[in-house]
Design a protein around this ligand. Structure first.
Ligand code: P6P
Length: 335
C-alpha cells in the first residue's frame, strides 16, 4: 500500500468537492497537529509534572486531571487560530468559547472531549480525544451556543485520537472511516487503516458490570443473554471493559463488539447514564454508522437526539446493527 499521510488523504477527499474553500481541510490539519502535541505530553506524562490532579472539579463534577487542563487549553489555542471555527464547546468548560479573529468568524463549530478517560493516565491506561464537527447555523455574525447544540445527524465530521501503544487518529467526514497511525520519529500520521468496517458479528461486550444493581430489567436481561452460550459460536461472549471510551470503542470497532453505558439509577443527578451526548455519544455514533454499525440510547438513534443543553447525558449502546437492535427490543419488551 502506498505510504499516504493524513494531509494527503485530506487533500484527496477535498478534491471530491470541487470549488470548496479548503477551510474544512485546514480544520482537520489543525486537529491532527493538536493531537501530535497532546500525544507527546501524554506519552511522557509520568516524566513531566503532568500526572495527578489540580485540586479542581469541572462542570461535570469530575476531578480535573492536569492533563485534562493541558489538552483542553492546547486544543482551544490551536483551533482558535486560522479563522475556521466560530465556536468551541468542550467537556471541561461550562460554556462555549466563541471565536472571532480580527473580525473574521469561521464556518465551523466543534464539540470535543479533549482528553477522555484521563483518570486512567496515572496508571498508564490508554486515553483519547473525541471531536465532533458542525457547520455554523446561527444567523448572527458570530458563533453561538446554537452552533454547538445540533443533533448528531448534522455533523459534517467526527473522530477520535487514541493515545495508546501507538497514537492513532480515526475520523470520518461522511466518506467512510479511516485510521492513521502516528510515526513519532517524523511526526506524521500515516494511513494504516483505510475504510474501517465494523465486524457485523459481536465477539465481545463492554459494560461496567459494577453498575448492574442500578440497571433496568431490559438491560439486565440483555447482558445476561450475552453470558449464555451463543448457538452460532458455541460459547458466550467475551467481556472486555477498559473504562476508557475511546479504547473500548476502538477495540470493538476493529474486532467486533458492543459497548454499553446504559442509564443507571446510581446517581439521581445522572439518570441517563454518564456519557455526554455532544462530546462522546454523538461523535462515536457518527463513526459507528459510517463503519456500518449502529448507536442507540436504547430507545432512540443517538444521531437523532436533539440536544437540550451542552452537557446533556444520554445512555449509549453502540456496536453491530443486529446487537443494538436486539438490545432495543429487549428493553422495549421489558417495558
Ligand atoms: P465508569 C471516562 O471517565 C468515561 O467518561 C469514558 O471514557 C468511559 O467509557 C466511562 O467514563 C467509564 O465510566 O463509570 O465505568 O468508570
Amino acid at each position: 500500500m502506498r505510504l499516504k499521510t493524513i494531509d494527503q488523504h485530506i487533500l484527496d477527499q477535498q478534491r471530491k468537492f470541487p470549488g470548496v474553500s479548503g477551510e474544512f481541510s485546514g480544520l482537520l490539519y489543525d486537529i491532527a497537529l493538536a493531537a501530535k502535541l497532546v500525544s507527546k505530553e501524554v506519552n511522557r506524562a509520568g516524566l513531566g509534572d503532568l500526572l495527578g490532579t489540580l485540586g479542581e472539579v469541572n462542570v461535570q463534577g469530575e476531578i480535573v486531571q492536569k492533563m485534562d487542563k493541558y489538552a483542553n487549553e492546547l486544543f482551544l489555542r490551536i483551533l482558535s487560530t486560522g479563522g475556521k471555527v466560530c465556536a468551541i464547546a468542550t467537556e471541561e468548560n461550562e460554556k462555549i468559547t466563541e471565536i472571532h479573529e480580527d473580525g473574521f468568524v469561521g464556518k465551523y463549530a466543534i464539540n470535543m472531549d479533549p482528553l477522555d478517560g484521563s483518570s486512567n493516565i496515572d496508571v498508564n491506561v490508554s486515553v483519547g480525544t473525541i471531536f465532533s464537527l458542525h457547520r455554523k447555523r446561527s444567523a448572527g455574525p458570530r458563533g453561538s451556543e446554537e452552533d454547538c447544540l445540533q443533533p448528531g445527524i448534522k455533523q459534517v465530521g467526527a473522530g477520535y485520537v487514541i493515545y495508546g501503544s501507538s497514537t492513532m487518529l480515526v475520523y470520518s467526514t461522511g466518506l467512510g472511516v479511516h485510521g492513521f497511525t502516528l510515526e513519532p520519529t517524523v511526526g506524521e500520521f500515516i494511513l494504516s487503516h483505510p475504510n474501517i468496517v465494523m465486524p457485523s458479528r459481536c465477539a465481545m461486550y463492554s459494560v461496567n458490570e459494577g453498575n448492574a444493581a442500578y440497571w433496568d430489567a431490559g438491560t439486565r436481561a440483555y447482558i445476561d443473554s450475552l453470558k449464555a452460550v451463543d448457538p452460532a459460536s458455541g460459547r458466550p461472549y467475551t467481556a472486555r471493559y477498559i473504562g476508557s471510551l475511546v479504547s473500548d470503542f476502538h477495540r470493538n470497532l476493529l474486532k467486533g463488539g458492543i459497548f454499553l453505558y446504559p442509564a443507571d439509577h446510581k446517581d439521581p443527578k445522572k439518570p441517563s447514564g454518564k456519557l455526554r451526548l455532544l462530546f462522546e455519544a454523538a461523535p462515536m455514533a457518527f463513526i459507528a454508522e459510517q463503519a456500518g454499525g449502529a448507536a442507540s440510547t436504547g430507545s432512540q438513534r443517538v444521531l437523532d437526539v436533539v440536544p437540550a443543553h451542552l452537557h446533556q447525558r444520554v445512555p449509549l449502546v453502540v456496536g453491530p446493527k443486529s446487537e443494538v437492535a436486539r438490545y432495543e427490543a429487549m428493553t422495549r419488551a421489558a417495558g
